[in-house]
Design a protein around this ligand. Structure first.
Ligand SMILES: Cc1cc2nc3c(=O)[nH]c(=O)nc-3n(C[C@H](O)[C@H](O)[C@H](O)COP(=O)(O)OP(=O)(O)OC[C@H]3O[C@@H](n4cnc5c(N)ncnc54)[C@H](O)[C@@H]3O)c2cc1C
Length: 445
């Protein structure tokens, strides 16, 4: 079986992630490899925000659990993302969601996304996690003159359907707000969300999980998964877990050989980030970009960017087909070129960090929280590049379900995770989709 759709190096758990987060987070809690046989009611596979929030919910419900991760703590997407705690998790438009599930269900899905942000805020407060929270709100810049109408329709939908104070901001408004890019276009301000330091958040979560009595084992990839009667046996290089139930929280780093139940159901795609050297105040003022508000643009292959507390600019982009190390310089150069075009005043600042990672797309472009086999395997997968908030609340909901507690899920996320038709062709679909998105982005469609 194909173990990964991507170059194997992207799953090299020994390869350190050269991120600004890793350079600035400080030391995380110890998560030693699993040794020997451990028994628990629930085994959680994956120690990202999803798995750790599930573990916290299990501990709270008095259910014994153990978390195993293939890599050192913080290595996955949760420790290397852009730190945008924001709405999202699906790649469907709200119109499509309303058409498929109806207005009431669309509202429930929206409310879940908003609640996910509140959940992260609450977890941070409850466990006193110092993770450099930034100001509330997210600005989506129009990237093309045609994109403005799309954003206006989105603002109207948010106001009329979801009762959200979404606001179109003119170029003059944005100048006043300290959010001017070289593209000089209006944008949509959504009041939800806030930026944070993702690895500090993850370390804080892991400390809370450990304090609640749940062991967390890094460097412990599940290499075999069998059944022993009703129980699950998860084998790692140093040990094994025997568990009644399993939570799968492996997102974009899910390998094809983890379990046949998930093979062919996810399309892992790359997201890429550069972080500049600290930009001095004069250059930030010259650019007109002084706010720490998190921003993205309206491209399908979007850019996301924000100023960090020490004046660095984090600048990310979805895209890139090859995860091979040899393809990294070209992607870094592309990001640097885009940054220079969008922020002419920052062009010569210099880039200190470049890294990338995988996020997960599903065939129906929705996240899925469900069960497989005899109902003893629960999963939450499919974040479409936006899983910091949804993985956190969804993980807690998955933990609650594993503990037998009632959890009310919107229809949009509770249908079974579909398999991609002709799943061996997923990379081909991706190439075709990226070519179409690139063209659409250039034309403003
Ligand atoms: C570069 C980048 C930028 C992003 N920016 C944002 C952002 O700003 N905001 C946002 O909301 N989302 C963002 N995302 C997406 C977000 O990071 C993810 O959706 C979210 O972190 C998923 O969390 P998770 O816990 O489900 O998975 P992960 O954090 O990816 O954790 C999964 C874990 O499973 C482990 N694993 C895999 N296979 C096995 C195995 N066989 N045995 C044991 N362990 C295994 C992996 O080692 C990994 O640590 C970004 C993603 C990337 C890559």
């Amino acid at each position: 079986m194909v173990r990964s759709l991507h170059h194997p190096s992207i799953h090299d758990y020994g390869r350190t992630v050269p991120s600004w987060w890793a350079a600035s987070a400080g030391k995380g809690p110890d998560a030693p490899p699993l040794k020997g046989t451990v028994q628990a009611e629930v085994a959680v596979i994956g120690a990202g925000v999803t798995g750790l929030n599930a573990a916290l919910a299990l501990a709270r419900a008095g259910v014994s659990a153990v978390v195993v991760d293939a890599a050192p703590l913080g290595w996955g997407a949760s420790g290397r993302n852009g730190g945008f705690c924001c709405l999202g998790s699906s790649k469907r438009s709200w119109q499509q969601i309303i058409r498929q599930f109806g207005l009431a269900e669309a509202r429930r899905f929206f409310n879940l996304q908003a609640a996910a942000i509140d959940h992260v805020r609450d977890v941070i407060a409850e466990h006193a996690i110092a993770c450099d929270k930034g100001p509330p709100g997210e600005l989506i810049f129009a990237h093309h003159r045609h994109a403005r109408a799309r954003l206006e329709a989105e603002a109207e939908m948010m106001r009329d359907v979801f009762r959200v104070d979404a606001l179109m901001m003119s170029r003059a408004d944005l100048r006043e707000f300290g959010l001017v890019t070289g593209e000089n276009r209006p944008g949509l301000m959504v009041p939800h969300g806030f930026p944070l330091h993702p690895l500090k958040y993850l370390h804080g979560l892991a400390r809370a999980v450990l304090a609640a009595g749940v062991p967390v084992h890094g460097e412990s990839p599940v290499t075999a998964w069998t059944r022993e009667g009703a129980r699950h046996r998860l084998v790692t290089p140093g040990g094994e877990v025997l568990a009644d139930r399993v939570a799968v929280a492996t997102a974009g780093f899910t390998r094809e050989d983890l379990s046949p139940a998930f093979a062919g159901r996810l399309l892992p795609v790359l997201s890429n980030i550069i972080v500049t050297k600290p930009i001095d105040r004069a250059a930030r003022i010259a650019q007109g970009f002084t706010s720490r508000t998190m921003c993205a643009d309206s491209r399908r292959l979007l850019h996301y960017f924000r100023l960090l507390p020490d004046g660095r600019l984090l600048f990310g982009a979805r895209g890139g087909i090859s995860a091979a190390p040899g393809a990294e310089p070209a992607m870094k150069a592309r990001l640097e070129g885009d940054l220079a075009r969008m922020f002419p005043a920052f062009a010569g600042v210099g880039v200190d960090y470049f890294w990338r990672g995988l996020t997960d797309i599903t065939f129906d472009r929705l996240p899925h929280l469900g069960t497989v086999e005899d109902g003893s395997v629960h999963y939450l997968l499919g974040f479409h590049g936006n899983g910091l908030a949804m993985g956190s609340l969804g993980g807690a909901m998955m933990g609650a379900r594993l503990a037998g507690l009632p959890v009310d899920l919107p229809a949009a996320i509770s249908r079974p995770l579909p398999r991609f038709p002709l799943s061996a062709l997923r990379q081909t679909y991706l190439r075709a989709a990226y070519a179409a998105y690139g063209l659409g982005d250039r034309l403003g469609r």
